[in-house]
Design a protein around this ligand. Structure first.
Ligand code: FNR
Length: 370
């Protein structure tokens, strides 16, 4: 068994900058909505600890950069002293087990409503185009969004600064680095994608202009904490939250190339298979041009299982593979991959509930008798 495991590409070591990873199975960022009042809770210590292995790489759930960043109930933040202090024991526990832990920093932009905003104001975005109400994952409730307010050009540096301060706070909390959330229709993606961005200033129009906000953030954070501690996640192909793009390949390639200028640690991209309703026309190799263009570590995510994760690494299409739903439901996922053990099924109905245990820390481990 050990011989077989040692030849599994996903279980080979990888040097992520100065971090020596013992395997390539990454915990994808997973919003769990159990941070009551935007403050990480003690139950998150057990949740992240369960998913930590010695030399493993973990990403936090999307974590708000400011009091205008929130889009869903009870998501954590990292803009107050209380939040920074609450992250510390979680980070310490992951470190004690040998994990490398980055905080995914996030602004929801227009995927929000006035109830989540200071003084009930409108959410901010690249645009003032509203989102249409959406059926939530439970299939019954309808998510309502408040029409956003388009940021004025001279307000944009302040938002970039919020990201910079959040990155500084993440380092203060003890994280090894940050991942900038530039995916899935949230604020950064609202600038990137031409279905959303209808600006006429230097942050809209051309590809270069639409990417400017993301790259301003990359630059500010790299200057603040060091490029060797910065990663970014993009989903050029995704149209989640009405954030499609007419030329996703060009967009992804432009970003991958542009990132090289800043020398950041990694680029994390989500496969088109993440697209809704399984309407995927692109094959699993759609990220290869971006992977070739980017000089640092490349992380792929979206719909991977043990077999195609191994293939992606073996073929050089990814250095690391992030697993979302399988890691959510299998706290010992790398071990299960090693043993080719059966996986626990995930229960969608508890992805976003507020219970501190059920669907959160009660997924069973393999028998510890091996
Ligand atoms: C997600 N995803 C996600 N992505 C992200 O960048 N930040 C986040 O906070 C979240 N939150 C989140 C919550 C839940 C419950 C799910 C299922 C997904 C997307 C996730 O990181 C991953 O890209 C997708 O789940 C696709 O990968 P899998 O699940 O096919 O491995």
């Amino acid at each position: 068994m050990a011989d077989q495991a040692s030849t599994l590409p996903l279980l080979t070591p990888h040097k992520l900058g100065k971090f020596d990873l013992s395997h390539r199975v990454v915990l994808a960022p997973l919003t769990r909505q159990r941070s009551y009042g935007n403050v990480p809770q003690p139950h998150a210590i057990l949740y992240y600890s369960q998913r930590t292995s010695n030399g493993g790489f973990l990403l936090t759930e999307a974590t708000g950069v400011s009091d205008t960043a929130q889009g869903y109930p009870d998501t954590p933040g990292i803009w107050t002293k209380e939040q920074v202090e609450a992250w510390k024991p979680i980070v310490n526990t992951v470190h004690a087990k040998g994990g490398v832990f980055f905080c995914q920093i996030w602004h929801a932009g227009r995927v929000s409503k006035s109830g989540f905003q200071p003084n009930g104001q409108a959410p901010i975005s690249s645009t003032d185009k509203p989102l249409t109400p959406q059926i939530q994952s439970n299939g019954i409730d309808v998510a309502q969004f408040t029409p956003p307010r388009r940021l004025m050009t001279d307000e944009i540096p302040q938002i970039v600064n919020d990201f910079r301060l959040a990155a500084r706070n993440a380092m203060e909390a003890g994280f090894d680095g940050v991942e900038i959330h530039g995916a899935h229709g949230y604020l950064i993606d609202q600038f990137l994608k031409d279905e959303v961005n209808d600006r006429t200033d230097q942050y809209g129009g051309s590809l270069e202009n639409r990417c400017r906000f993301a790259l301003d953030i990359v630059e500010a954070i790299a200057n603040e904490i060091g490029a060797d501690k910065v990663g970014i996640r993009f989903s050029p192909f995704a149209d989640f939250m009405e954030s499609g793009d007419s030329s996703p390949k060009e967009l992804g390639l432009y970003l991958a190339n542009a990132l090289n200028k800043y020398g950041i640690l990694y680029c994390h991209m989500v496969e088109p298979r993440m697209k809704k309703f399984g309407k995927t026309i692109e094959g699993p190799d759609s990220l290869v041009p971006m992977r070739k263009a980017f000089n640092g570590t490349f992380i792929a995510a979206g719909g991977y299982d043990r077999e195609d994760g191994n293939n992606a690494v073996a073929e050089g299409h990814a250095d690391l593979v992030a697993f979302g739903r399988w890691f959510l439901a299998n706290p010992d996922l790398p071990k299960r991959f090693e043993l080719n053990a059966p996986l626990n099924k995930y229960d969608r109905s508890t992805f976003y509930t507020s219970d501190a245990v059920v669907g959160y820390t009660d997924y069973p481990f393999l028998d510890s008798t091996d």
